[in-house]
Design a protein around this ligand. Structure first.
Ligand SMILES: Cc1ncc(COP(=O)(O)O)c(C=O)c1O
Length: 390
């Protein structure tokens, strides 16, 4: 199979597949174009589908035992793509990354404690804190005139001084599409160590970083072995979030053990039959699909940067350094978020409401651009029509 432009240009009908993106929530009629939830409208790589089919051919679906090749395939993948050496014993498998965020909040803090988050940020960060009876200590990102976001180290330090002992961080960042630099990440690790805090780094978007930026794992910083726990998954890279498998990684055995123990206490087990087969295939046999998709998304990102300023000159797209998501400031076109969403609805375009990422997202939308290019053009056209309607 050739994973070229024609492959990613192909439309796959996802309706009626119990798809959150296509069958649920704000999608209410056939005309709606969903460009919201972060899964991609691309067919999975053939080796993944083949691995699932092959497993389904066996008539028994009993309990699995673990196979060291599962963890090893993850470690080899990270070595190959991110130059990071991880040993299988430094990993712990879990159902999904959000499970990890929630477990981390529970084991690294006590009820009522503060947990640092840096909005605007993926909604479940805040929810993981609040639902567990902890308090979000916000150190908002700052935004420059070009719409690029920056860490506010003074605000992070103020929250640590206020007593927070856990930081939830998104690397690369959803929704503002930042690929953080080594210097920025190192300063965070230094701060975490200075205040004896645990730094939790969600690296689910690690593979989606566009040149000239490169991805740096928080685990590769000096001092990371003391304070960093990272979560990663094949789910975004290979478009398999429905199979539900992710990994916690730490070079600090005690931190990893705490997560594993809490998972055990809650009866959270991992390694479902099909997820194991699919994930191992993803990590071992799909590098060609991965590079085809990244080349395609590089073109998608150029389409957005070229077309949006032409169609909507007063919208501000944050520079897309990473992820398959873009963050668009529409405040110049509509007075309120409700008005923005109402207009999008009238034009049958489904985007994420910016406030899902915190109050700082008021007036913004997030667009998922991992779809065939003609659909992306249509989404941009609808966005422009919605924002300029009389
Ligand atoms: C930053 C980030 N973390 C976690 C998730 C969800 O991951 P999972 O499905 O493994 O819980 C997403 C999904 O969009 C995400 O963007």
């Amino acid at each position: 199979m050739k994973y070229d432009r024609a492959y990613f240009d192909t439309h796959v009908n996802r309706k009626g597949t119990r798809s959150v993106k296509w069958d649920a929530g704000p999608v209410t009629c056939d005309e709606d174009l969903p460009m919201w939830v972060a899964d991609w409208d691309f067919a999975c790589a053939e080796p993944i589908l083949e691995a699932v089919r092959e497993r389904a051919e066996h008539p028994c679906l009993g309990y699995n035992c673990s196979d060291p090749a599962d963890e090893q395939s993850f470690c080899d993948y990270w070595q190959r793509h991110h130059r990071l050496t991880i040993a299988p014993k430094q990993t712990f498998m879990m159902p999904c990354v959000v499970t990890g965020l929630k477990l981390a909040v529970r084991v690294f803090t006590a009820p009522g404690d503060g947990v640092v988050i840096m909005p605007p940020v993926y909604g479940p960060f805040r929810n993981s804190v609040v639902i567990n009876g902890r308090t979000p200590y916000e150190a908002p990102l700052s935004r420059d005139e070009a719409g690029r976001y920056h860490l506010d180290f003074a605000a992070v330090e103020a929250m640590l001084q206020k007593g927070a002992r856990c930081i939830l961080f998104c690397n690369p960042h959803n929704p503002v599409s930042r690929a953080w630099s080594r210097e920025e990440l190192q300063r965070l690790v230094d701060l975490a160590n200075q205040y004896s805090a645990v730094l939790v780094s969600d690296e689910i978007h690690a593979d989606f970083v566009y040149q000239p930026a490169i991805f740096h794992s928080m685990l590769s910083m000096d001092g990371a072995e003391k304070c960093v726990v990272t979560f990663a998954a094949a789910s975004k890279t290979f478009n398999v979030p429905g199979i539900q498998q992710a990994m916690a990684i730490s070079f600090n055995e005690e931190l990893l053990q705490k997560i594993a123990h809490e998972a055990d206490c809650a009866g959270v087990t991992s390694g479902n039959t099909f997820a194991l087969a699919a994930t191992q295939a993803a990590y071992t046999a799909c590098d060609d699909w991965r590079s085809g998709m990244l080349a395609y998304l590089e073109e998608s990102r150029q389409i957005i940067m070229r077309e949006l300023p032409r169609l909507l000159p007063r919208a501000v797209v944050s520079p897309i350094e990473a992820t398959a998501l873009c963050w668009i400031d529409l405040r110049a076109y509509a007075p309120t978020m409700d008005e923005i969403m109402a207009r999008l609805k009238r034009h049958h375009l489904v985007l994420n409401n910016g406030t899902f990422f915190g109050e700082l997202g008021n007036g913004f939308v997030r667009m998922n651009f991992a779809c065939p290019h003609d659909r992306l053009h249509e989404g941009l056209r609808r966005l422009a029509a919605a924002m300029t309607e009389e």
